[in-house]
Design a protein around this ligand. Structure first.
Ligand code: ADP
Ligand code: MG
Length: 224
């Protein structure tokens, strides 16, 4: 479960202070599928980065599975991020020199887990996303849709508490985008908590719960 209370994040620029998040409170239960939407600049990525422990709020509390993460040091935050958070980005972020299989195994390198179950899990996740025939390919030998499916498999590798995605279909053609959205729907149906950021209303419709941001505040939270 994710609980945010009074989260604030400000960017101080020379001439002004931008309130990217201005008192955001929300709760996400295990197994929910939530879309975060809003205009460009409304704070979507900032909110997702806070949820994913990639960014720290300036004020407020964030409890992830009952643990307060806002005050943890860098090492503890990294451990939380590696074990509990799966992150998928618009621009994929796969390592170009590693194979598909090695990219999916990457999170296990930082977690000192046993090698053989990891390999089997990575292979079965890649089968899950339809890429069993591409294990030894490198990212530049794949289509955008295939790369994003590898990124989803990698994000799921550590069985995270929550799968976060920031505009995951933003760089994809419409068919690959539909493919990747289906994958999110399927992993949600299998019980995975999913939080998806999108500026696209049609993409947001895929999730039963919609959070709409405006100027760093929640303008709507509920059904569509
Ligand atoms: P969205 O993802 O909804 O487009 P962001 O969360 O990226 O919005 O940005 C929210 C606000 O914070 C915007 O006004 C943006 O310009 C500002 N902002 C984001 N990142 C930075 C940064 N690193 N430095 C200064 N301002 C930033
Ligand atoms: Mg953004």
């Amino acid at each position: 479960m994710l609980v945010l209370r009074g989260i604030e994040r400000q960017y101080r620029l020379a001439s002004q202070t931008v309130r990217a998040l201005d008192g955001v409170s929300l709760q996400i239960e295990p197994g929910e599928f939530v879309a975060i939407t809003g205009a460009s600049g409304s704070g979507k990525s900032t909110l997702l980065n806070v949820l994913g422990c990639l960014d720290r709020p300036d004020a407020g509390s964030y409890q992830l599975d009952g643990q307060e993460v806002a005050g943890l040091d860098d090492e503890a935050i990294s451990a939380v991020r590696n074990r509990r958070i799966g992150f998928v980005f618009q621009s994929f972020h796969l390592l170009p020199r590693l194979t598909v299989l090695e990219n999916v195994l990457l999170p296990t390198r930082f977690a000192h887990t046993g090698a053989l179950p990891d390999l089997q899990r990575a292979q079965s996740l890649l089968a899950r996303v339809g890429l069993s025939a591409r294990l030894d390919h490198r990212p530049n030998e794949l289509s955008g849709g295939q790369i994003q499916r590898v990124a989803v498999a990698r994000a799921l590798m550590m069985a995270p508490s929550v799968l976060l995605a920031d505009e995951p279909t933003g760089n994809l053609d419409s068919r690959s985008a539909a493919d990747v959205l289906n994958l999110f729907r399927e992993v949600h149906a299998e019980g995975q908590t999913v939080v998806l950021v999108t500026h696209d209303p049609d993409v947001a419709l895929q999730a039963p719960r919609l959070i709409r941001l405006r100027d760093g505040r929640i303008e709507h939270d509920g059904a569509h």
